[in-house]
Design a protein around this ligand. Structure first.
Ligand code: HEC
Ligand SMILES: [Cu+2]
Length: 414
């Protein structure tokens, strides 16, 4: 193929890419999401200046290179220079000019706005009117409003069937939750980040905010949203198998709506506590507990122990008794200590009291998380009863919420 044909082909391909149907791009827009906070606006502005300057530099430098390649090629009799550095005054001046231009662009044109944006991001406290605490955990977010006595978990609501490609995906696939974070617009809100287990990252593109939540540290950022609406983001730090399933949804509302929401949410949480206390006093049938326990298992345990109860070899032990499980010696030692594995390497159901404690407190130093704070007595009693009477396990054990309450009380004693 002649050089001319190659050129024609390449430009044809380039043109085709440019005029390809809009539909191909609609799913992956080129632009950033519309910024709705000062930080997002500023970072977008910085990005735009940078992009403009590097595009100009790129085009100018590339043009000079292409020009030189073409017009000073060997076949035209050009000779390679033996030039090793500036000698004359004029040469020194000529080499200093690009250096000065780059220094000016870097430190002044791009540097000052970038410096300003970084300072603005770090200025979390001045003028802030409200604080929310965001805690990342495998694999959900907890939102807490200190002073308002509001604290709840926000978990994904995308149906499992959509995740496993058995149903058409809806518009907010993997980006919808049961309880969004509700925030008032036009108020500077300080966001404090913490983690219960591994590093997560709270990211909402329209806010220009992505801050890590790190176990053992408190980190902070801030938002001041200027437009009501629902803003969606995701965990942005690979945090285990459920990383894709802990979306961030923020519902930004007017001040009045926010006040109404606070009143409603406080009432809802209070009612839930009262209802829980009442429910703990009830004695349930095995069937009731198993039905409820299945739901609790699907929502809280299946990500690791799998819907089949068979776990994942070497990582998450099965819940079904009689199945072989091998893993690193330190994990096997833990399981043996609690009576959940035989010396032959088969999973067993283990003593009820240990089972309750494992679910309440988790197993320190392993991915098995504590559920004391996130599940009610009824839910914990249900999931344990469910586990002990499903997946081929048939102990006939029924655990009542009052037993879970008693275990909680015992754990709290010094
Ligand atoms: C983040 C992953 C994860 C989640 C979620 C999880 N587990 Fe576990 N679980 C583990 C791991 C890992 C172990 C083994 C820990 C060890 O001893 O090293 C374990 C061990 C157990 C054990 C003891 C061993 C066995 O297989 O019988 C029980 C019982 C258990 N989990 C119940 C639950 C229940 C009930 C839930 C939900 C309320 C749950 N787990 C949620 C990871 C998880
Ligand atoms: Cu995460």
């Amino acid at each position: 193929m002649s050089a001319r044909k190659v050129l024609a082909l390449l430009s044809g391909l380039g043109l085709a890419a440019l005029v390809a149907p809009d539909a191909a791009y609609a799913r992956y827009p080129w632009e950033f999401p519309t910024p709705v906070t000062p930080v997002a606006k500023e970072t977008l502005w910085v990005h735009n200046i940078f992009l403009t300057f590097i595009s100009i530099v790129f085009v100018v430098v590339l043009s000079i290179m292409l020009y030189s390649l073409f017009f000073h090629r060997k076949s035209r009799g050009a000779k390679a220079a033996s030039f090793t550095g500036p000698r004359t005054k004029l040469q020194f001046v000529l080499s200093a000019i690009p250096f000065l231009i780059l220094a000016f662009v870097d430190y002044v044109v791009m540097g000052i706005p970038a410096y300003h944006a970084v300072l603005a991001m770090a200025n979390t406290r001045a003028g802030s009117q409200m604080v929310v605490k965001v805690t990342g955990m495998q694999w959900k977010w907890q939102y807490e409003y200190p002073g308002l006595h509001i604290k709840y978990l926000s978990t994904i609501t995308t149906p499992q069937a959509q995740i496993h490609d058995q149903a058409p995906k809806n518009k907010h696939f993997l980006r919808q939750v049961n309880h969004p974070l509700v925030l008032p617009v036009n108020e500077k809100i300080r966001v404090i980040l913490a983690s219960k287990d591994v590093i997560h990252s709270w990211w909402v593109p329209a806010f220009g905010v992505k801050e890590d939540s790190i176990p053992g540290f408190l980190r902070e950022t801030w938002v001041k949203i200027d437009k009501p609406g629902v803003y969606r983001g995701q965990c942005a730090e690979l945090c285990g198998v459920g990383h894709a399933f802990m979306p961030v949804v923020v519902d930004a509302v007017s001040d009045d709506q926010f006040k109404q929401w606070v009143t409603k949410e406080q009432a809802r949480e209070q009612a839930a506590r009262a209802q829980q206390a009442a429910a703990t006093a009830v004695t349930y049938t095995e069937a009731q507990l198993v039905t409820q326990g299945q739901k609790v298992f699907t929502a809280n345990c299946a990500a690791c122990h799998q819907a089949s109860g068979m776990g994942i070899p070497g990582t998450f032990p099965p819940i079904a008794a009689g199945h072989a499980f091998s893993a690193a010696p330190n994990m096997i030692a833990q399981l043996r200590k609690r009576g959940f594995i035989t010396p032959g390497g088969k999973i067993v159901e283990g003593p009820v009291a240990n089972h309750i404690n494992i679910v309440l407190q988790g197993i320190a130093g392993t991915p098995m998380p504590p559920f004391a704070a996130s599940l009610s007595n009824v839910d914990i009693a249900s999931v344990i009863t469910f586990e002990r009477n499903s997946f081929g396990n048939h102990t006939g054990d029924v655990v009542q919420p009052a037993q879970v309450q008693a275990a909680r009380a015992a754990n709290q004693k010094p």
